[in-house]
Design a protein around this ligand. Sequence first.
Ligand SMILES: C[S@@+](CC[C@H](N)C(=O)[O-])C[C@H]1O[C@@H](n2cnc3c(N)ncnc32)[C@H](O)[C@@H]1O
Length: 185
Amino acid sequence: MTYLLIGLLVLWLLFAVFMILLCLEVGATFIIRSAPEVPSSRRLRDAVAAEIRKNYPDAKTAIDVGSGWGGMARRVAREFPKMKVTGAELMPLAFICSWIARAVFGPRNCRFVLGDAVKFIKKSKGFDIGICYSGTGLMRAVAPVKNKFKIIIALDFPLPDAKPTRTIQLHKDTLGQHVLYVYEK
Ligand SMILES: C[S@@+](CC[C@H](N)C(=O)[O-])C[C@H]1O[C@@H](n2cnc3c(N)ncnc32)[C@H](O)[C@@H]1O
């Protein structure tokens, strides 16, 4: 009987924590007017990985700006084991999921931080590669810190007021035509 009660209490606590995180998540989405955490598809991750493999195989550090559920950061880290990959995400629930997935499945050369990615980048020493798959709002916020990167790889949303070094037309799907914008310093 005691075990049953303890079990129910633990389940109830887990549910309460989940609901609090969900409210924070929905609240934050409204406050920062961000797009919800739409994860990149496997094909988009493949395209980013292919671009790095082809042109920047020796890059040592990368950051996924707005890492959502962590799929892109983990994919890049897995493909380039010598690269240190950071994922920075504002939404607590998505961050926790990415943190758990990384703790359980790896890879070890990947880490996740919770908070405003732009503030984090400003305080950092900089990164070889910045990966962005975010709406125009976040791209506008990234523009003033673009010098913190040697290369920016942006999916679908270009950096404002910057001429890409390369523009690559990717595939079309239900979200429309996907485009990869590459900016070199
Ligand atoms: C389209 S999702 C991309 C997720 C991930 N990069 C991927 O490829 O699967 C964009 C993410 O950026 C996050 N975001 C928006 N503004 C942010 C900010 N200022 N700092 C950190 N993350 C932010 C959103 O919460 C969302 O999860």
